[in-house]
Write a protein that binds this ligand. Structure first.
Ligand code: ZN
Length: 436
């Protein structure tokens, strides 16, 4: 797998942004037709399999909930005007609201209204998945403008036995080991927290499908928490094959890349991500694991303890637009999406190609010039590739992997890998073990 060409990344960024814009209006939740419609659209891009898990299915300590669907929701004033209207923004209805149709005074209605007083112009995003309730979300300014009086509320929803839907796309590798890529797709009209991860996973799957793979790749598009718990419960036997993984979310905002380590903290995916970000020449943050955030919480629960980290730009909860109507399509940019894409492919390159090698000419340096590998004229700065040749030869005693060498030499992994390939071609190096 080779690193991405910048021009191609720019095009990919535009395509990801286009997919986000297309999926943005759909009213998604952890179950229901919104998530199905989203996954069907993803299926136009990659050959996704849609799985349906019946409501009531026990998955470890959890139960797959009833399926929720909503057709319309509004609050009308005494004149019959819709002062809050689901048709204008699907964030207006609290996700999983039970059906309601009644008239009540403002004071009573307020118990069911949610706003963010500190950000009076935005509509917050609220859910009530596991407690039956109903509610509306609106801008604080709009709440303040409501005069006293009676209001007619309607939530035309159904909460009934049905299914939890998730999407899965598995690509075979040369060996049994797998790389897991997981994103949540259960949020309504929110662009960074939700749709950016979906769009990035789609773009990565499209690329991975076209290249030779040592690992299999498994892409999961799942409702947050209950989706990963359901997948793990129904696929427990598959999990030992998952050698590395990334949860993707919030990968489209203008902030820099943040990588959150796996529970173990020192797995290959953690080292690969750290190396790629250090070599990117851009600001970045690496965070330690905490049992909060996205589905890494489930993949990294103690019985699984998978090598799964989480890649974001600005992490969840650390940007003011988080879980509000301000997390819209203008909040995510093609260039940030393209940059996240490029970093992921670089991490994949390490996961796919790291390995240990043996120097077949370990008694002093082999003469690289006569093999056409070494152009340097004495005295000048050594080009990275030629420097990498010397590092790979020096360190390839079977003990040090290419990532060890890249880290010690402060060279991009891709350069070290290309140097190792050139040395293998000239019979100066061979893999130290079958896995290399
Ligand atoms: Zn969220």
């Amino acid at each position: 797998m080779t690193a991405v060409v910048p021009d191609r990344a720019a095009t990919v960024g535009q395509r990801m942004h286009g997919l986000i814009a297309e999926l943005f209006p759909i009213c998604r939740s952890i179950t229901g037709d919104g998530i199905r419609q989203t996954l069907r659209r993803v299926k136009d891009e990659i050959p996704l399999t849609l799985h349906e898990v019946p409501s009531g299915t026990r998955v470890f300590d959890w139960t797959v909930p009833k399926e929720w669907n909503v057709r319309d929701a509004y609050i009308k004033n005494a004149r019959g005007d819709r002062v809050v209207d689901f048709r204008r923004s699907n964030l207006h209805v609290m996700s999983y609201s039970v059906p309601v149709r009644r008239t009540l005074p403002l004071a009573e209605l307020k118990e069911h209204l949610f706003t963010v007083a500190e950000q009076p112009d935005v509509i917050p995003y609220r859910t009530s998945y596991y407690r039956e309730a109903w509610g509306f979300c609106l801008a604080h300014h709009d709440l303040m403008a409501l005069p006293d009086g009676d209001y007619e509320v309607c939530i035309d929803s159904t909460l009934a036995p049905g299914h939890l839907t998730y999407g899965e796309y598995a690509l075979e590798g040369e060996g049994p080991d797998e790389i897991l890529i997981s994103c949540h797709c259960c949020h309504p009209s929110l662009a960074n927290d939700n749709l950016s991860g979906i769009a990035l996973a789609v773009a990565l799957a499209q690329h991975v499908a076209t290249v030779r793979r040592k690992h299999g790749f498994r892409f999961l598009f799942i409702p947050g928490t209950i989706g990963s718990i359901a997948w793990l419960a129904l696929n427990e036997a598959r999990t030992p094959a998952i050698r590395h993984g990334l949860v993707l979310s919030c990968v489209g905002d203008r902030g820099h890349v943040t990588y959150k380590r796996s529970r173990a903290g020192d797995r290959l995916v953690d080292r690969a991500a750290g190396h790629v970000l250090r070599q990117s020449g851009q600001p970045f943050t690496v965070l330690d694991f905490v049992p909060y955030g996205y589905d890494e919480r489930q993949y990294c629960s103690p019985a699984f303890d998978l090598s799964v980290g989480c890649l974001t730009r600005t992490p969840n909860g650390r940007f003011p637009q988080y879980h509000t109507s301000a997390d819209d399509i203008d909040f995510v940019t093609p260039s940030s999406l393209a940059d996240s894409y490029a970093r992921c492919l670089e991490i994949f390159e390490v996961l796919e190609h790291d390995g240990r090698y043996l120097n077949l000419n370990p008694h002093c340096e082999p003469q690289l010039g006569k093999r056409g590998l070494y152009q340097a004229t004495g005295g000048g700065e050594l080009p990275g590739f030629e420097f990498a040749l010397l590092w790979v030869l020096n360190q390839s005693d079977g003990e040090h992997s290419l990532l060890d060498i890249a880290e010690r030499a402060s060279l991009p992994f891709g350069t070290v890998r290309r140097a190792a390939e050139a040395l293998v071609e000239h019979q100066l190096l061979r893999p130290a073990d079958a896995r290399a």
